[in-house]
Design a protein around this ligand. Structure first.
Ligand code: PAF
Length: 276
């Protein structure tokens, strides 16, 4: 695997590869099998697979969260080598941002719903860095995990609005054997938190199984009650929405997704399930 830390060096290298197709997996590191499944999908469908590891400061609205974000770069590099990743882009913050640059792209309500309510400004930071990364890597295909469902919808909207020539591929959530969605933040869970956290996937599955039996308002309310009843779990939201704009779904909506976020101990977790 070749590693680049400057935009110029990776750009020069990729330009020299001519018309090779590029599959790109942007990450913030602390890689787990969810990330590695994205690398596997990218490898299958592209000539070159590029992964970036960059803990992007502009998408954190809590300085403590940024500080404690795990950064096991050596272990990550070993995992990428083993997965057969061709190129790692691992820039420093000052390589990606110089000075006080401004960024704002209006993607409408998508930015303010759900995660946007609890993490104001988060998606502007995500779009800002993904835009830069796409401009550097210029991939054919961009691989992102369904676990951050709203993130994919926001990035998709940005790609559409800015006419960026890339195909976005949403890859399914990878789960532990007991159902916990894989996440870089899981390392912060204590053994007890880890058990309590299972209520997220169990509740999502319960909603999926009961979708034809109860109406959406009842399902949302009962799901919030189930989450709140679990020790150590503080639910932030549980919503059943249309899969594109993330606005209210009705029983007739074509793509329906249930999304949730909760604090489990000191860790904030996300999960979701496609209901149809
Ligand atoms: O999902 C993530 O890890 C990040 O939000 C991303 C897409 C790499 C941008 O920093």
């Amino acid at each position: 695997m070749k590693t680049f830390t400057t935009r110029r060096a990776i750009r020069e290298y990729l330009c020299a590869q001519g018309s090779a197709t590029i599959g790109f997996v942007p990450t913030m590191g602390a890689l787990h099998n969810g990330h590695l499944s994205l690398i596997a999908q990218a490898k299958q469908a592209n000539d070159i697979t590029v992964c970036s590891i960059f803990v992007n400061p502009t998408q954190f609205n809590d300085a403590k969260d940024l500080k404690k974000y795990p950064r096991p770069i050596e272990a990550d590099m070993a995992k990428l080598e083993l997965a057969g990743c061709d190129i790692l882009f691992n820039p420093a913050v000052n390589e990606m941002y110089d000075g006080n640059e401004q960024w704002h792209l209006d993607v409408g309500r998508l930015e303010y719903l759900l995660e946007g309510e609890f993490r104001p400004g988060h998606y502007q930071g995500v779009m800002q860095v993904v835009f830069k990364l796409l401009d550097i890597v210029k991939p054919t295909n961009l691989y992102m995990g369904q676990k951050d469902y709203q993130q994919i919808m926001v990035v998709n909207k940005m790609i559409e609005l800015l006419n960026i020539p890339v195909n976005i591929v949403m890859c399914p959530i990878e789960r532990e054997a007991d159902g916990l969605a894989m996440s870089s933040r899981n390392v912060h869970l204590t053994a007890e938190d880890r058990q309590h956290a299972l209520v997220l996937s169990k509740t999502l599955n319960w909603v999926k199984d009961n979708f034809d039996r109860l109406n959406i308002a009842e399902l949302q309310q009962q799901a919030m009650d189930k989450l709140a009843a679990e020790e150590g779990v503080e639910p932030e939201y549980f919503r059943i929405v249309d899969g594109k704009m993330l606005l209210h779904a009705s029983e007739n909506t074509q793509i329906i997704v249930a999304l949730t976020a909760a604090r489990v101990g000191k860790t904030r977790l996300l999960d979701n399930v496609l209901i149809r």
